[in-house]
Design a protein around this ligand. Structure first.
Ligand code: DGY
Length: 418
C-alpha cells in the first residue's frame, strides 16, 4: 500500500513539466483539460500549492469567448498528432479549438472546502470567475435545444473518444478531403487499444471543419459535421453548476445565484430528453437526427452525481449496474458487454476509466447507495494493485490498457481508492 502511495506520487512528480502535468509521457505530451482537473486532486494530497497551480496553468489557455480548450500546447512535441500547427487556432499559449468535460468547478469547490471554505480565498475566486465564464460559453454555444444539455461538436470533447455512442454520427462525416497525415498514438501503444484508422479519419475531418472556419464557434455549433448531445458532459455541467452555485452563495454573488439556479432547473428538466425507456438509462442523443444511442455507458451512471432521475429511473439504473456485474469482473466498464462494438481492450468501448468510476461512486454515496460506491472503489484499487497505474483497465481480466504511469490514475489512487 505504502509502496503504491510512493509510486503514485512519483508518477505525478515525473509527469510534471513545470506547473502542469502531462497525462502520460509519450502518448499525451501536453496539458489536457479534464486530466488536469483530476490531477489536482492527487497533488492536493501532498502539495496543495501545486494542486491549485495545475488548474491555474490550465486556465492560462482559456479563450476570450470563455472556452477552456481541451489541450494546451505549452511546448511543441513532435511525438503527438494533431499538434498545434494542425489545430492552427492562433492562440497564445497554443491550444486546440475544442473543449473537454466541465469538471473544473467541482474540483475547485473541493480544493476550497478542504481548506476551510473561506469566501475570500483568492485562488478560488479567480478560478470561480474562469469556470463561470466557461459555463456561460457552454450555455451560449452548446445548448441548441435550449434545454440545459451539452452538445459536443467533436467526439474528443467528450473525453470518451471512441465510445460506440458516436458511431452513427461519425459515419455521416465526409472524409474525402482529409488528405495524408501521420498518426502518432499507435507508435506509443498497441493499435488494438486505440481507435481504428477509419475512425481517426473522421476525427481529423471534424477538426478540419473547425480550422477551415477559423474556429468560429457559432458556425461549428450550427453547421458542424458532428453534433451530439453527450450524456456525460450534460451530467458533468449540471453537477459543476451546482458546485459553482455553492461558491456563489458563499460569496453572496446575488446575480450569479439567480443565473445558476435557472440553469440548474433547466438542465434538471431537460435531462429527461436523454432518458431511454427501453435501455432503462440516460443515453447520448444525436442533436441533428434526435436518435438516441440506446447504449448504457459508464456516463449513464453519472445521473447520481448530477442529482437527477426520479425513483423509478434511479432504480432502473441500479438494476443496470447489477446486470453489468454478470459480465464484468470489475466495475464500471465504459460500455456494457454485448453492446455494439464492445471490446474490453479498446479505449472507450469497454475498458474502465478510474476518473469516471470516481464520479459515479461519488454520486452513489450522495444518493445513499454506499455499498455500490464501496464496490466501485475497491474494484478500482484492485485494478491498480493487479496491473499498475494504467490509463484504463479491462473490466474482464483487469489488465491495463493504453499508456502506463498515467497521471489521473495515480491521482485517483491518492485522492480516492487507496
Ligand atoms: C487523443 O489524442 O487520443 C486524445 O484523446 C485527444 O484528446
Amino acid at each position: 500500500m505504502t509502496d503504491l502511495n510512493a509510486q503514485a506520487r512519483d508518477i505525478l512528480i515525473r509527469n510534471d513539466r513545470g506547473g502542469y502535468t502531462v497525462p502520460t509521457h509519450g502518448l499525451y505530451p501536453y496539458q489536457w483539460n479534464w486530466d488536469s482537473a483530476f490531477v489536482a486532486l492527487g497533488f492536493a494530497e501532498f502539495d496543495r500549492d501545486r494542486a491549485w497551480q495545475e488548474i491555474e496553468t490550465l486556465i492560462s489557455g482559456q479563450w476570450d469567448d470563455g472556452m477552456i480548450p481541451h489541450i494546451i500546447f505549452h511546448k511543441d512535441d513532435p511525438g503527438y498528432f494533431p499538434g498545434p500547427s494542425v489545430w492552427a487556432t492562433g492562440k497564445t499559449p497554443a491550444t486546440s479549438g475544442i473543449t473537454q468535460p466541465p469538471v473544473l468547478a467541482t474540483i475547485v469547490r473541493k480544493l476550497w472546502e478542504d481548506e476551510g471554505a473561506d469566501p475570500t480565498h483568492s485562488r478560488m475566486r479567480r478560478l470561480y470567475d474562469a469556470c463561470l465564464k466557461s459555463h456561460r460559453w457552454f450555455h451560449v454555444f452548446r445548448d441548441p435545444k435550449a434545454n440545459g444539455l451539452v452538445m459536443v461538436t467533436h467526439n474528443w470533447e467528450t473525453g470518451r473518444d471512441n465510445s460506440s455512442e458516436w458511431d452513427d454520427a461519425l459515419a455521416r462525416v465526409d472524409t474525402s478531403n482529409v488528405g495524408d497525415y501521420q498518426r502518432r498514438d499507435t507508435g506509443h501503444v498497441d493499435a488494438a487499444m486505440r481507435p481504428t484508422q477509419n475512425e481517426y479519419d473522421r476525427y481529423v475531418a471534424i477538426l478540419q471543419f473547425g480550422r477551415n472556419c477559423g474556429w468560429n464557434h457559432r458556425e461549428i455549433a450550427d453547421n458542424g459535421p458532428f453534433r451530439m448531445i453527450d450524456v456525460g458532459m450534460s451530467m458533468e455541467l449540471l453537477r459543476a453548476n451546482r458546485d459553482l452555485l455553492a461558491m456563489a452563495k458563499a460569496m453572496g454573488d446575488a446575480a450569479v445565484i439567480v443565473e445558476l439556479e435557472a440553469r440548474i432547473a433547466l438542465s434538471e428538466k431537460g435531462m429527461d430528453w436523454l432518458w431511454n425507456e427501453e435501455a432503462g438509462a440516460y443515453c447520448s442523443r444525436d442533436a441533428t437526427t434526435d436518435q438516441s444511442s440506446g447504449l448504457v455507458t459508464n456516463a449513464s451512471f453519472l445521473a447520481f452525481y448530477a442529482g437527477v432521475g426520479n425513483s423509478t429511473q434511479r432504480a432502473r439504473l441500479i438494476a443496470a449496474l447489477e446486470r453489468i456485474t454478470g459480465s464484468a469482473t470489475y466495475l464500471v466498464p465504459s460500455l456494457e458487454a454485448g453492446s455494439r462494438a464492445y471490446d474490453h481492450k479498446r479505449y472507450w468501448r469497454g475498458p474502465i476509466w478510474l476518473v469516471v468510476s470516481y464520479m459515479v461512486a461519488q454520486g452513489l454515496v450522495e444518493a445513499g447507495h454506499n455499498a455500490w460506491a464501496d464496490r466501485i472503489c475497491s474494484d478500482s484499487a484492485r485494478l491498480i494493485e493487479k496491473s499498475g497505474f494504467y490509463e484504463s483497465f479491462s473490466p474482464e481480466d483487469g489488465s491495463g490498457s493504453g499508456g502506463p504511469d498515467f497521471s489521473w490514475t495515480a491521482a485517483m489512487w491518492l485522492a480516492w481508492c487507496s
